[in-house]
Structures are given as structure tokens and as C-alpha cells.
Design a protein around this ligand. Structure first.
Ligand code: FAD
Length: 399
């Protein structure tokens, strides 16, 4: 992997053009796929990421059928989620002293370091110029036909111009911190994400199954990437993190629920996220478009985050391809409307689930209802994981 990393541009490269059709900031699923699709549509694209790749990201790693469908439709699934992933078809839910198993429409479990690297490479193969180790901000100043993006590295600053800037920098949204046109609403008691890739080869966590453990301080998801590694990712109360290390909090959730700890849980390298529930009031303004988590967070119970990122990347591509040549505020409104359509039905179901999981009495009632009437659970799962009908995907520009 290191040999591949050296083939990306670094902020020290002085030979890169200063002007681009599109600059995409953030090389997660949303940014990499948007950059790739734009390059395939003929645009000159610079993709920037603050981190060196491969890099990890807090995530359960579950690619639900919606995500799988998008990747299959562009012949990318086997390239980015080929060998180093498992196929999963069941979810085990442990909450309020109850345990239940439900079928999931088959999806994949991937490890984010290798998966995200493969996505970046797919963008590069399509003609995108990729620069890593390059934290970027969009400057507030506006030009007649472009925006300026500044990359800061080792105390030096390099500026690039682009006709369109796509911010796909996740929940932190650091790239738009100078832009007053994107006020962010953060839910005051929002949970935060913590996660790690944990070395565990035990049979307790089979590849075919995702486990979700719900307890007082939050919920933890466990999924098997391969024979030796698990994704462990949790959404927890921020107050719990004030005096306790992430590994201890995750361990507490397992112990509260009476579930044995995965091996090496405490010795793994843990990462965190900013508050999860935050949304910008607008997703586009004056040649700047937001996509993926940067455009609004979806509770990630059943693989919502990456499928929304991929569907958004596909839907925004034709809008940006037009905006490069012919920017008008109507393009921003078009994205606002399309984004709302893609996110709407997920948001409602996921917000309801989040509400239930934060209240022990409601979780207990929901578990009892789902165990006695499995059709209810099946409906919720289908609502969040199944692909929309092809006709709806075409209308939204996804297929
Ligand atoms: C606990 C938890 C569990 C989850 N489990 C799942 C799951 O099982 N399945 C699922 O589909 N989703 C899951 N998600 C959600 C999923 O991780 C996100 O929705 C998804 O990663 C969003 O992709 P993105 O490309 O928008 O952002 P990200 O993946 O966050 O990528 C953003 C990129 O931007 C870069 N960046 C940030 N700031 C800058 C800057 N200023 N300049 C340059 N680069 C920058 C970062 O380095 C990063 O590479 C989970 C989330 C959490 C918190």
C-alpha cells in the first residue's frame, strides 16, 4: 500500500496546474466517487484529502444493498470491495436484556482503510489528480468565474482555483469554516462516534452477521471484515467520554448488555468523530456544493451513511458537470432539491430509530414487538436498506 501512496501528489508538488474545473475536498466515499464520475464525464478534477492514505475512519463498514447496487451499476463493486470483505445477511440485536435475530438483504462488510484507498485509486484511474496530506479550506472571497481553495502544509500555503468546489470533508466540515453562507445546526445532546478495527479471530462474531448492542450510554455495532479483523463502531453520549477512554466506554456497553468483549478490544487504536447529529441549512451556494456527511448526517444503523454518500455522488455529477460551464444559483437549488429527495425517507426512519434507542423503555417495547411480530423489524430494515425502485433512482439521477 505504501508504494501506491507515493503515486499520489503531495502538497509540495509545484508542477500542478493552478486552475481546475472542479476541486473535491475530502476523499471518503462521497468525495472519491464524485471526483471519479466527474472525471469520467470529462472534467479536470483535483481531489484533496487532509490525511495520508490508507487512513481509518470510524465506521461499522456495512455496505447495504443500496450501496452495493450503486457500485454494481458502475462496475466498481468487485474492484473496491472484492477480496477483502465479507458478505453479511443477518443482524443480531441485543438490547434491554433481550436478543433477536433478523434477516438482512445481503450486503458487504468492508474495512475502511482498504476500501477508501481502493475508491481513491478508482478516481485516480479515471483521470483525477489526487493530493493527500493536504488539508484544504475554501476562501470566502469570490471571483467572477471561480472559487479559491487553499491547502496548508508544513506552514506553507498553496492556492488553487476551480469553477466548482465540492466539499465532501465529512462531519467536521473544516473546509467551509470561513463561509458564512453555510450555517450549521448541531443538535445539543448529539452523540459522538467512536470506533476501532479490532484483531479478533473468534467464532462469536461470524462474517455472515452484524451485531448491534444497545445500552445506557449508546450503541455498538460489530461486523467481521475478514478472518482476523472486526469493525467495532459506536455512537455514545459525549459526557461519557469526558473522563473515560473510548475503549472503556465500548467495553462498558458490552458488559451492561451481558455480552463478552471482543478479543483485543482495549488494545486497539480508537478514533472519534465530531458530534454526529449536525446539518448545514443549505447544501450549495455560489459555486460550492456539499455532498456526503458534510451535506447532512444520517444515523448509520443499517449502512445508511455510505449508501447515501454514493447515491449523492451519482446524483450530483450531472448537476456539477453543467455548473462548471454555466453556473447559476438554480444549479444550487437543483442540488438542494435532489439531495432532499435522496435523504428524506432515510432521515425519517433513522431519526425514529435513534429516538427509540435512546430510551430504555422504548427500546424494550420495540424489542418485544419485533420479536413477537418480526414483520415490523423486516419493514424497518427494508425501509432503510433496500434500493429504491429503478424508476426513482433514474429520476434522482443515480442510475
Ligand atoms: C459509529 C458509526 C458507525 C457507522 N457505520 C456505518 C456503516 O456500517 N455503514 C455505513 O454505510 N455508514 C456507516 N457510518 C457512516 C459513514 O461512516 C459515513 O456516512 C461516511 O463515511 C460518509 O462518507 P463521506 O465521504 O461523506 O465522509 P468521510 O468518510 O468522513 O470522508 C471525509 C474525508 O474528508 C477528509 N477531510 C476532512 N477535512 C478535510 C479538509 N479540510 N481538507 C481535506 N480533507 C479533509 C477526511 O480526512 C476524510 O478522508 C457510520 C458512522 C459512525 C459514526
Amino acid at each position: 500500500m505504501n508504494a501506491i501512496e507515493t503515486s499520489f501528489a503531495s502538497p509540495n508538488d509545484s508542477g500542478l496546474p493552478n486552475e481546475w474545473d472542479v476541486i473535491v475536498i475530502g476523499a471518503g466515499p462521497a468525495g472519491s466517487l464524485t471526483a471519479r464520475q466527474l472525471a469520467l464525464a470529462g472534467q479536470e478534477v483535483l481531489l484533496l484529502d487532509a490525511k495520508a492514505f490508507p487512513r481509518d475512519k470510524v465506521c461499522g463498514g456495512y455496505l447495504n444493498p443500496r450501496a452495493v447496487r450503486v457500485l454494481e451499476s458502475i462496475d466498481l463493486l468487485s474492484k473496491v470491495a472484492g477480496e477483502n470483505c465479507s458478505v453479511t445477511c443477518e443482524i443480531e440485536l441485543i438490547a434491554s436484556g433481550q436478543r433477536a435475530r433478523f434477516s438482512l438483504p445481503p450486503g458487504r462488510v468492508i474495512g475502511r482503510p482498504t476500501f477508501d484507498l481502493a475508491l481513491v485509486q478508482s478516481a485516480q484511474a479515471a483521470g483525477v489528480t489526487v493530493m493527500t496530506g493536504a488539508p484544504a479550506v475554501v476562501e470566502a472571497s469570490q471571483h467572477y468565474s471561480s472559487r479559491t481553495v487553499t491547502v496548508t502544509h508544513n506552514n506553507t500555503r498553496q492556492s488553487y482555483r476551480a469553477r466548482i468546489v465540492v466539499c465532501a470533508d465529512g462531519l467536521a466540515r473544516t473546509s467551509i469554516r470561513h463561509l458564512t453562507e453555510f450555517p450549521i445546526d448541531t443538535v445539543p445532546d448529539s452523540r459522538v462516534g467512536i470506533g476501532a478495527i479490532v484483531n479478533d479471530d473468534s467464532e462469536r462474531w461470524p462474517a455472515s452477521e452484524i451485531t448491534m448492542v444497545v445500552a445506557r450510554h449508546g450503541y455498538v455495532g460489530i461486523s467481521r471484515i475478514n478472518d482476523t479483523q472486526l469493525n467495532v463502531a459506536a455512537a455514545v453520549e459525549p459526557t461519557a467520554l469526558a473522563h473515560t477512554a473510548p475503549a472503556e466506554i465500548a467495553a462498558q456497553v458490552f458488559m451492561d448488555a451481558g455480552v463478552p468483549l471482543p478479543k483485543n478490544l482495549k488494545s486497539a487504536t480508537w478514533r472519534g468523530t465530531p458530534p454526529l447529529t449536525s446539518n448545514p441549512r443549505h447544501v450549495a451556494s455560489q459555486r460550492v456544493f456539499l455532498v456526503g456527511d458534510a451535506a447532512g448526517y444520517v444515523e448509520p444503523f443499517t449502512g445508511e451513511g455510505m449508501s447515501a454518500a454514493f447515491e449523492s455522488a451519482m446524483a450530483i455529477t450531472p448537476i456539477i458537470a453543467q455548473a462548471v460551464h454555466d453556473w447559476a444559483p438554480a444549479r444550487g437549488q437543483q442540488w438542494q432539491e435532489t439531495h432532499r429527495r435522496i435523504i428524506r425517507n432515510r432521515g425519517t426512519t433513522c431519526r425514529k430509530l435513534a429516538w427509540v434507542l435512546r430510551r430504555p423503555w422504548a427500546t424494550s417495547l420495540a424489542m418485544t414487538a419485533c420479536r413477537t411480530m418480526p414483520a415490523i423489524a423486516a419493514r424497518v430494515i427494508a425501509n432503510t436498506t433496500q434500493s429504491l425502485p429503478a424508476s426513482s433512482l433514474k429520476v434522482a439521477g443515480i442510475l
